[in-house]
Design a binder for this molecule. Sequence first.
Ligand code: ADP
Ligand code: ADP
Length: 226
Amino acid sequence: MASLVLKDINKYYTNTFHAVKDLNLTIDDKEFIILVGPSGCGKSTSLRMIAGLEEISSGELYIDDKLVNDVEPKDRDIAMVFQNYALYPHMTVFDNMAFGLKLRKMSKEEIQTKVNEAAEILNIKELLNRKPKELSGGQRQRVALGRAIVREPKVFLMDEPLSNLDAKLRVQMRSEINKLHKKLQTTFIYVTHDQTEAMTMGTRIVVMKDGIVQQVADPQTIYEYP
Ligand code: ADP
Ligand code: ADP
């Protein structure tokens, strides 16, 4: 359960470089928002500000009506999945998925249950004892998703999670992420520069250019079919 309100959010990387300009957006609970636009338009910066990984220069960010500008990333109840997966190479899949839960001092039994549930959803139960280097790209991406799911975050942020996969796997993972959204019933915010992903995944698309939101609409409205 999470709604987000982004109010007049700006990001300056230096006094002069204005990466995100007056971003205003209200995201309802359970929406699947796609942030789309050319490279360098401010998509990742926006996502990172929501995650708390990048400071907001001005403006306000509310999660469930609570102002979170000064809330630490770990206290925002948000999980983020990156394009390069960021798995720990020396740890098994199980330990990669359990890592964040161990930090939260959850009991072993509870960790086992949560990791097994997530592994079931993502169809990676038979991979739990492998190391990341023994996995395919698609399997690694599932583990990265699994590591986020086990935390049961209110908001799921994804930054071009499929861009390192080959075309066939991208198609497959697109539909798996869609299923995941339906299953988890949480708010997804997904960054991509790929129009096919934007068209087939989101419930609403936010088009950015040069740090400015150009358009907010549903996929059918933005991409007209011939
Ligand atoms: P996108 O995700 O749409 O490709 P980014 O949000 O990564 O765009 O970047 C937006 C702009 O901010 C780009 O011009 C980029 O070069 C710049 N930028 C991103 N991160 C930094 C940083 N840490 N310091 C300075 N400029 C940055
Ligand atoms: P510890 O966390 O103290 O190292 P555990 O008894 O929790 O010990 O687990 C030992 C190892 O067995 C873990 O590090 C993990 O890699 C693996 N493991 C535990 N549970 C599972 C499971 N359900 N499936 C696969 N591997 C598991």
